[in-house]
Structure formats: structure tokens, C-alpha cells
Write a protein that binds this ligand. Structure first.
Ligand code: ADP
Ligand code: MG
Length: 856
């Protein structure tokens, strides 16, 4: 290291403390990156990689970005999951002896982003910590930009805890004291338990910390520790700690959530096409984020649910109210993130004006709600703090349209500060005097073209053209600058006024900044009030969003019952219905209960609408349990504690894992966790293995659910054999997706009807596709054998030649004249009989048995 220049040595010393970040090293007007950082960053950011002599023989790889556009580059790196440490010059280079002192002033990580431009409005930016303590795993999730902190703990092994953590869609993970490492694609940080300050949580949250168990405390402490070491700033906006129990909510594992496309689609992982997308008619960013949280955590508490439904019903029934609410909400900015920035100390004057404008919209919003006289809405309104004191404080302190920069002045409203006003007056008077000077001097000198002007280098001056030089009062005017055809002068009086103006302005700017900071700190004292208000506004926004969508899409209020029933008349899949353009969605009924209609076995050909039907029932359940109306004519639903969806594996092998193994693992989890109050969707389970295997497993799973769990279950299958379970297993009911042949085409009616499907659809479709006639004939024949219980290959060798050389049969009857299934079975047995292993007696007995069977 000795051979490096002192600056590079300084760089390396700082970098050592931040090994897993890109170190943005301030050098004049640039942030420079060196060594490996430079190589990777130049590739990720598509900027030119250069080199720099650092004292060593080889040039040091280097790349850099201008400091004023650094944010965009930092954002790009964060988006890719990297961390950035910003290292600033912390002393004036002019005063530095040797290398300028530099320090890392903040570390920006994907989970700790605060700036609006790096975040998406309608999505929280969570960072999650998992910590193991006393046999439990504590989970803490925090959004730095809004100041929210949630925590829970589970008696579970790592994987289940990770599943809970992933519900937050975190940008970053922190692990503490976990024995196993949990695989995920996010930036991970490991913290040892003994690095933590065990009382950090008490200092941050006071009384609220008392309700936490040890696992939660450790998780919250781990997050606080991590935030503390990266942010190096106030965490005063993080005052809200919410502890919850995962059993308070309808639970779905990650797989089920993805499969139901609650917040993003399976195919391209976008919001568009998800339930969230369909339901999002929120007007505010806070509402958008709350809607997402509600969808991720449907309720189990009927009272709470009915309150939401009452509110939605009320807003839905009154179109004018809805329009007024939407208009009022539209005037509200992102209070939560404004509050976050105010507390954090990076809000500018415009942010504070946006805060005031938002607060000014509240009285109207409250009035609207109170006037409804609907108890839920009135209650929310009454909990809204109008913050009138903050509004009047802000409007007295700040002008309406301040500049973005808080260092330019022009922020504080006249009348707010006496001294500032005096400075303003002094500056204004000086300027007025100068404004009059031109006229006065023209009169005094008789030079009509005399001008008074200002430039940055020389300040104020009096300009006289060359032609008029003779009339310049030599004693009073002092020459300042000579131009091609004019001379510029100053007078002692002008100089004096100029000094006054400049001094006043300099003081004003400094004073305005100080006043602004004080205003911001004053408002920061009220953060919890603002956060409480924000939460209520967000809730109203979500409720009006539900009402708006429900009205536009003809959703109805679900009736919540305790009977264990799930009865839906003319239900629809809300998203499929919305994206089907010309074609109309076919509504379907469902009727299930915990006794004689517990398991619906759904058959029907591919593309008939089985999967859509199953998901539609799950989505209606979720919608009802978040308090939204549902796409149906009528719905009578019992609350569901968990939803499981499982999809049979396709034949392909993904990523080297046996998809069948995955299918079985996931089914196992469902069977382990489901209760009689759960809803299980099994979509072609058993598909990933051979027919008999798959069928046997499918049947065993159904029997297990019936006998051991009692959960309402939808089971789609292409194993028609399973439909006979209806006769033997109580509670199992067959339904099928109806299809019809029209004009030589198989028409999918998407209608779910009682009974089992016609099983010859596969061959039928092949026929419609004009497969060779002989293939169709042969397929029918094999099918007949299979249905009679023969193994697929049993009849083949004896008859192959005869079969394929025979003329095409005219009709079905003819093909049926071939061998009976029993005959096929006999021939197979004969072929397989090993005479070397058979005694004459055994052979006799075998022939006797065959003759008996043939007689039957
Ligand atoms: P399956 O699971 O039986 O193979 P899907 O449920 O995947 O069939 O449905 C296939 C397609 O049919 C869907 O993509 C959808 O566009 C359409 N579809 C399904 N159900 C309906 C319905 N009730 N009304 C209209 N179109 C439907
Ligand atoms: Mg399907």
C-alpha cells in the first residue's frame, strides 16, 4: 500500500469499512469510483472506465459521475440491488493541509431509500429483519420513507418465517442469530446478536416496546442497528410500532399469492392484470399503499369486515358523495412520505407547502364524511385531526410558491419575522433609490442617454456614452470600467447603497434558511399527528376505491355467514372479466359447505375454464375478506382462515428441480396446515407423474382432505376415473366444464354444470383436428380396453399387424367387435407366463382359471 499516493491510501482506508458498497468518493465536482468498484460500476451504469496514476506501477481503474447528477446513478445502482456509500469532503480544500479530510456521510441501500424519486408512489419500500430468539423467529419490517414499523413472531423454522417476510416484498433483508441461511435474491446483511444494543427498541418506541416478545425485540433491534449504521441521522419519524399476530389475518403462502395474482401477474410480474390493479382507484399514494397492504392481509374479524363493507356500501350508493370524496382526496399529497422527509430533515419549502395544501383539504373531507351520518364514516371523520394549528403556522411562515432550493431565499412570508422584514425594507429602499437614480442623474448632468445598470463583477454602475463624456461631473463620478463606446462610473453614495443592499440580501438568505429550518423542526414535533391523519385518509381512499370499482363493475355486497357455506350465484373472475373485450364472461355458480358438498371434483377438457373457475372462487373470497364487494349476483360466504392453491406440475423440468417433487412438497404443506375453515384449490394435482401414480395420489389426497381436514376443496382433474369417488366418498360432488360441438368445432361454453364430463373429449378434439382416421379408431379401441381395466400395452403385440392393415372401419360398432378386455388380459398373462418356472400342476391350475374367466 505504501506505494500509493496519500489520496488513494485515504480511499483504501475508507473503503475497508464499507466493503459491500460502491464507495462514491468526492473529488471536486465529481464522485469517483476506483478499483473493482469502477470496473463493475462502469459496466452497470454504462459509463466510461478510465484510469488514474495512484503511485503504483499499474494505473488504477477509475470512473466518475458529476456530483449534481449523482442521484440518478445512485438510483440505478440501488434498483439493481447494490448499496452506495457517499463519501464527502468534510473540510474546505483551501484550508486542508495535505489530503482533504473525507468521511462517509450516508450509506444508501435499497431498503433505506428516502427520496421520492427513487421510490414508487403506490408501493411501500420495506426492509425486513429476521431474528431468532427463544425458539421463535421474529420478523420486523420497516419503511424508512413513511416511518412505519411492523413486527410479529412465529413458532416456525426459517422457511415459513421467510415466507412471512416475503409478503412485504422487501428490497433488502437483515438476518440476526439465524442458524440456517435462507436463500433469497435480495441484498442480505448478517448481524451478530452481540453487536446489538438490546435497549435500542425501548429508546425508539418507549411504552410501545413493552408489548413485544424477545424474538420481535431482537428483530426490531437488528433493523434499528442497521438503519443507525447506514443513515447516521434522526429516526424521529419512526414512532409507530405495530405488532400483529399472523393469525389475525387470512393466510396465504407465497405460492398461493403468486398463483392468485393478487398484486402482480405470474407472467410478467407487473401490477397490470393483478387484483390490485383492478381494485386500485385510489386517489392518493397513501391510499394506494394501504390498498396493497389490505390485499396482502385479508381480515378474519367479522366485525371489522362488516364495518368496511358498510362504508363501501354507503359510498357506493351515493354517486355525488363519491365524486366529492375523490375530488377532496385528489388534493392530498403523500402525507406519510412528507412527514418522513420533514422528520428526517430533507424536506424543502415546497414539501412544507404541499403539506399545508394537503391539510387544507381535510376539513372538506371531514365534512363530507360527517354529513353521510353513516356510523363508520362519521367515526373515521371524528378521528381525523384537521391540524389547523399546523396549517395556520405554515401559511403564516411560508410563501405560497417557494423555490425548490432552500438556500436562495424567497421562502418566508413577510410579516413572519420582524428582523427579516427590516432587511427586506432596507433592501427594497436601496433598490428604489437606485431605480430613481437614473432619472435624477439625467437631470443633474443633462445627459439623456445616461443609464444605471448592474453586473455581477462590478455591481451597480452609471453608464455614459463616449459622446457625452464632457458632461460627466468629474468630482462626483469615479471611473470604474471602460467599454468600447461608453464609460461606467460609480459614486460614493451609489457604493454605499449597494453595500447596504448586498449586505441585507446576504443576511436575508441566511436568516431565511435558519427560519425555514426552525419551521421544519417545529412541524416535525407533530409527526405522529400527521401520521395518524394520513392513515385515516388512506383508509377513506381505499374504501372509496372499493366503492368506485364495485359500482362500475356491478359487484355486490357479500353476506358473511358462520355456517361454513360458500354459495355464489353468477360469480365471475374479476380480472379475466375485465380483460375480456368483446367476448363476454360466462358467470358461474358455486355451492359448497362442510358436509355434503365439501369437495368439488371438476372435470372437462383443456381450456374449458376449470382453472379460471377455481381462482374466481378464491378471489371472491379474498375480495370479501378485505371488505370489497364481489363480482357476483349474490354471495353468501363463511370466513376462510387460509387459502392454498396448488398446481400440478407440467412435464418440463425447470431449473434442474423435479417439478413433480415441488408439486408434492407444496401439496404436503397445504395438507399439513389446512383446517376445516380453509379453502384449498388443487389444480390437476398428480399430473406430474405417470397415470396410475398420479391418480392414486390424487385420490389419496382427496380422501385425506375429507377424512382428516374437512376443508372446502376444489379439485380439477383430467383423471375421469376419480369422478367415481362421488359414489363412495360422502361430500365429494362432480361438476364439469361444459363443451359442445358446433360446426365441427369444439365450443367451450365455460359453463360449470353438475355431473362429470364426457370423457372422450381428447379423442374428439383429435378428430376435429383431422388426425388420420386410423389413429382415431385405434385410440378409441385402446381407450375401451383401458376403461375395462387393461394396461395400455396389453393387447398390442398380438393384434398390431392385423389392426393397422385392416381397412378403416365405417363406424364405431365395427371397432368394438375386436377383443374384449378380459381376452386381452388373458393373452397378456399367457405371453408373460415363464414355463421354466412353472410346475405341470401350476400350469393345469392356470389353464383351468383361464377357462373359467373366459366363460364369464
Ligand atoms: P382449463 O383450466 O380448463 O384448461 P382455463 O381456466 O385455463 O381452462 O380457461 C381457459 C381460457 O378460457 C381462459 O384463459 C379464459 O380466457 C377463458 N375462460 C375461462 N373461463 C371463462 C368464463 N367463465 N367466461 C369466459 N371465458 C372464460
Ligand atoms: Mg387449467
Amino acid at each position: 500500500m505504501a506505494q500509493y499516493t496519500p489520496m488513494i491510501q485515504q480511499y483504501l482506508a475508507i473503503k475497508r469499512d464499507y466493503p459491500d458498497t460502491f464507495l462514491f468518493f468526492r473529488l471536486g465536482d465529481f464522485y469517483e469510483l476506483f478499483f473493482e468498484d469502477a470496473v463493475v460500476a462502469s459496466r452497470e451504469l454504462e459509463i466510461t472506465l478510465t484510469g488514474r496514476d495512484g503511485g503504483a506501477e499499474e494505473r488504477i481503474p477509475m470512473c466518475g459521475v458529476p456530483h449534481h447528477s449523482a442521484d440518478a446513478y445512485i438510483a440505478e445502482l440501488l434498483k439493481k440491488g447494490y448499496k452506495v456509500a457517499v463519501c464527502e469532503q468534510v473540510e474546505d480544500p483551501k484550508e486542508a493541509k495535505g489530503v482533504v479530510r473525507r468521511e462517509v456521510t450516508r450509506v444508501i441501500t435499497p431498503g433505506t431509500m428516502m427520496e421520492g424519486k427513487w421510490l414508487s408512489d403506490k408501493e411501500n419500500n420495506y426492509m425486513v429483519a429476521l431474528a431468532q430468539s427463544e425458539g421463535k423467529v421474529g420478523i420486523a419490517a420497516c419503511d424508512m420513507s413513511t416511518g412505519e414499523m411492523y413486527t410479529t413472531s412465529v413458532w416456525a423454522k426459517g422457511e415459513a418465517a421467510l415466507d412471512e417476510a416475503m409478503q412485504y416484498r422487501p428490497k433488502e433483508m437483515v438476518f440476526c442469530g439465524l442458524s440456517t441461511s435462507l436463500k433469497n435474491d435480495l441484498p442480505n446483511t448478517y448481524i451478530e446478536k452481540d453487536q446489538l444494543d438490546p435497549f435500542a427498541v425501548d429508546r425508539q418506541y418507549g411504552e410501545q416496546a413493552k408489548q413485544l416478545d424477545q424474538a420481535m425485540r431482537t428483530a426490531v433491534n437488528a433493523l434499528l442497528h442497521y438503519i443507525g449504521t447506514t443513515q447516521k441521522r434522526s429516526l424521529s419519524h419512526m414512532r409507530l410500532l405495530k405488532r400483529y399476530d399472523t393469525r389475525q389475518f387470512l393466510q396465504m403462502d407465497g405460492f398461493s399469492r403468486r398463483n392468485l395474482e393478487l398484486t402482480e401477474t405470474i407472467r410478467d410480474k407487473t401490477k397490470k392484470g393483478s387484483l390490485l390493479w383492478l381494485l386500485d382507484r385510489t386517489e392518493t399514494a397513501m391510499g394506494g399503499r394501504m390498498l396493497r397492504r389490505w390485499i396482502e392481509r385479508p381480515l378474519l374479524n367479522q366485525t371489522e369486515l362488516e364495518e368496511r363493507l358498510n362504508a363501501v356500501e354507503h359510498i357506493k350508493s351515493d354517486m355525488i358523495l363519491r365524486a366529492d370524496l375523490r375530488a377532496a382526496l385528489d388534493r392530498v399529497y403523500d402525507l406519510e412520505r412528507l412527514a418522513g422527509r420533514i422528520a428526517y430533515g430533507n424536506a424543502n419549502a415546497r414539501d412544507l407547502v404541499q403539506l399545508r395544501l394537503s391539510l387544507e383539504a381535510v376539513p372538506k373531507l371531514r365534512r363530507l364524511l360527517i354529513d353521510t351520518e353513516a356510523p363508520v364514516l362519521v367515526q373515521i371523520a371524528e378521528e381525523m385531526d384537521e391540524c389547523t394549528d399546523i396549517v395556520s403556522f405554515l401559511s403564516s411562515a411560508l410563501v405560497d410558491d417557494p423555490p425548490i432550493s432552500v438556500r436562495e431565499g424567497g421562502i418566508i412570508r413577510p410579516g413572519y419575522d420582524e428582523y427579516l422584514d427590516k432587511l427586506h425594507t432596507a433592501s427594497r429602499e436601496g433598490k428604489n433609490w437606485i431605480a430613481q437614480l437614473e432619472q435624477a442623474e439625467r437631470e443633474a448632468t443633462g445627459i439623456r442617454s445616461l443609464k444605471v445598470g448592474f453586473n455581477k463583477v462590478f455591481g451597480y454602475y452609471i453608464e455614459v456614452s463616449r459622446a457625452n463624456q464632457a458632461n460627466v461631473p468629474a468630482g462626483r463620478y469615479e471611473r470604474k470600467q471602460t467599454l468600447a463606446n461608453a464609460e461606467r462610473f460609480i459614486t460614493p453614495e451609489l457604493k454605499e447603497k449597494e453595500a447596504l443592499i448586498l449586505e441585507a440580501e446576504e443576511k436575508m438568505i441566511e436568516l431565511e434558511y435558519q427560519l425555514f429550518v426552525a419551521v421544519r423542526s417545529e412541524v416535525a414535533q407533530h409527526i405522529p399527528r400527521l401520521q395518524g391523519l394520513a392513515e385515516r385518509i388512506a383508509a377513506i381512499d381505499v374504501l372509496q376505491s372499493f366503492a368506485t370499482v364495485s359500482d362500475e363493475r356491478g359487484f355486490v355486497r357479500p353476506q358473511i355467514v358462520n355456517s361454513g357455506e360458500c354459495v355464489i350465484r353468477e360469480g365471475r373472475h374479476p380480472v379475466v372479466e375485465a380483460v375480456l373485450e368483446r367476448e363476454k364472461y360466462v358467470a358461474n355458480d358455486v355451492e359448497m359447505n362442510q358436509s355434503d358438498r365439501q369437495i368439488l371434483l371438476i372435470t372437462g377438457p383443456n381450456m374449458a375454464g376449470k382453472s379460471t373457475y377455481m381462482r374466481q372462487i378464491a378471489l371472491i373470497t379474498v375480495m370479501a375478506q378485505i371488505g370489497c364487494f364481489v363480482p357476483a349476483k349474490e354471495a353468501r360466504l363463511s370466513l376462510v382462515d387460509q387459502i392454498f392453491t396448488r398446481i400440478g406440475a407440467a412435464d418440463d423440468l425447470a431449473g434442474g428441480h423435479s417439478t413433480f417433487m415441488v408439486e408434492m412438497l407444496e401439496t404436503k404443506h397445504a395438507l399439513q396446515k389446512a383446517t376445516a375453515q380453509s379453502l384449498i384449490l388443487l389444480d390437476e394435482i398428480g399430473r406430474g407423474t405417470s397415470t396410475y401414480d398420479g391418480m392414486a395420489l390424487a385420490q389419496a389426497v382427496i380422501e385425506y382432505i375429507r377424512e382428516q381436514i374437512g376443508a372446502k376443496t376444489l379439485f380439477s382433474t383430467h383423471y375421469h376415473e376419480l369422478t367415481s369417488l362421488e359414489e363412495t366418498l360422502p361430500g365429494v360432488v362432480n361438476v364439469h366444464a361444459r363443451c359442445e360441438e358446433r360446426d365441427g368445432k369444439l365450443l367451450f361454453l365455460h359453463k360449470i354444470e353438475p355431473g362429470r364430463a364426457d370423457k372422450s373429449y381428447g379423442i374428439h378434439v383429435a378428430e376435429l383436428a383431422e388426425m388420420p382416421r386410423k389413429v382415431i379408431e385405434r385410440a378409441r379401441q385402446i381407450l375401451a380396453g383401458l376403461e375395462a381395466g387393461a394396461a395400455p400395452s396389453q393387447d398390442v403385440q398380438m393384434t398390431l399387424e392385423a389392426l393397422w392393415s385392416a381397412p378403416v372401419a365405417a363406424g364405431r360398432e365395427e371397432t368394438h367387435q375386436s377383443m374384449q378386455p378380459e381376452e386381452i388380459a388373458l393373452i397378456t398373462e399367457l405371453r408373460e407366463l415363464d414355463l421354466n418356472q412353472t410346475t405341470p400342476m401350476e400350469a393345469m391350475l392356470k389353464i383351468f382359471e383361464w377357462k373359467q374367466r373366459l366363460k364369464r
